[in-house]
Design a protein around this ligand. Structure first.
Ligand SMILES: Nc1ncnc2c1ncn2[C@@H]1O[C@H](COP(=O)(O)OP(=O)(O)OP(=O)(O)O)[C@@H](O)[C@H]1O
Ligand SMILES: O=c1ccn([C@@H]2O[C@H](COP(=O)(O)O)[C@@H](O)[C@H]2O)c(=O)[nH]1
Length: 239
């Protein structure tokens, strides 16, 4: 018998860098296809899925600012990068027969629809996967914050952060391989100890609206369904 889902409506945040595969930049179509299939498996089990994809595989505004450039222009470019990733993922979802919509916080009407909560709600109820593009639509934010915002707006049961590592550690495990891994943590632990797995704005928004944050590795095959069924390896951040 199939294990029931612990969380039915979820916001899945995918690291843009995770889409690069073994490349150092851009999108590896094989990785996107695998992730699309994992989302299809979750939908087949009854999950309602909204997705936010980061843009770090293409562009980050801080990189412009670090070289003395205009941060706002850089952030605009970063948001456009998330739209490119979102279009790619939505196409891959359609190829595996999952109805997918791209709703962007930054209006680009000749390319995709503009985000509105009411429209998004209707699509989700219809069983469509929504790829929320363009982050929050504002500079000086990140897609983690955009994802937390959409998770709250869409009344998601959980915010799933599918990333490069299999949970939250005492330090960045890529920097310190001996860092301690946690199965669960409070929102306050993450904020006070400045555990940089995601930004403070995103964690605070999740905390203030009681949305659990689940951090897991998107590289591990089958991990999305495992997380939804409360099996596998992940860290839960909650009250
Ligand atoms: N305490 C910590 N626990 C776990 N991971 C951490 C921690 N501190 C830093 N990290 C790093 O944070 C990264 C998670 O961020 P992620 O790669 O998802 O980037 P992002 O900025 O959200 O997305 P993008 O790749 O699109 O920019 C992990 O890959 C990990 O190396
Ligand atoms: O609300 C937002 C979201 C993102 N940006 C810009 O996009 C890039 C890529 O997003 P990541 O979360 O780093 O993957 C980000 O560095 C910002 O430059 C934004 O301005 N506003």
């Amino acid at each position: 018998m199939t294990k029931p889902l612990r969380w039915k409506r979820v916001l899945l945040k995918l690291s843009g860098e995770a889409l690069m595969g073994s490349q150092t930049f851009g999108i590896d179509p094989a990785v996107v296809e695998r992730i699309a299939k994992e989302i299809a498996d979750a939908v087949a089990l009854g999950a309602q899925v909204g997705v936010v994809v980061g843009g770090g595989n293409i562009f980050r505004g801080v990189a412009v600012a670090a070289k003395g450039g205009n941060r706002v222009t850089g952030d605009h470019m970063g948001m456009l990068a998330t739209i490119m990733n979102s279009l790619t993922l939505a196409d891959a979802l359609r190829r595996v027969k999952v109805p997918a919509r791209v709703l962007s916080a930054v209006p680009v009407p000749s390319i995709c629809e503009t985000f509105s909560q009411r429209v998004a709600e209707r699509y989700m109820e219809d069983g469509d996967v929504i790829v929320f593009a363009g982050g929050t639509g504002n500079p000086f934010f990140t897609t983690d914050s955009g994802a937390a915002l959409r998770a709250v707006e869409m009344k998601c049961d959980a915010f799933l952060k599918g990333t490069q590592v299999d949970g939250v550690y005492s330090e960045d495990p890529k920097v310190n391989p001996d860092a301690e891994r946690y199965d669960s943590l409070s929102y306050e632990d993450v904020i006070k100890r400045d555990l940089k797995v995601m930004d403070t704005t995103a964690i605070a928004l999740a905390r203030d609206n009681s949305v659990p944050v689940i951090v897991f590795s998107i590289h591990s095959p089958g991990s999305l369904v495992s997380v939804l069924q409360e099996t596998g390896l992940y860290t839960v951040v909650g009250a």
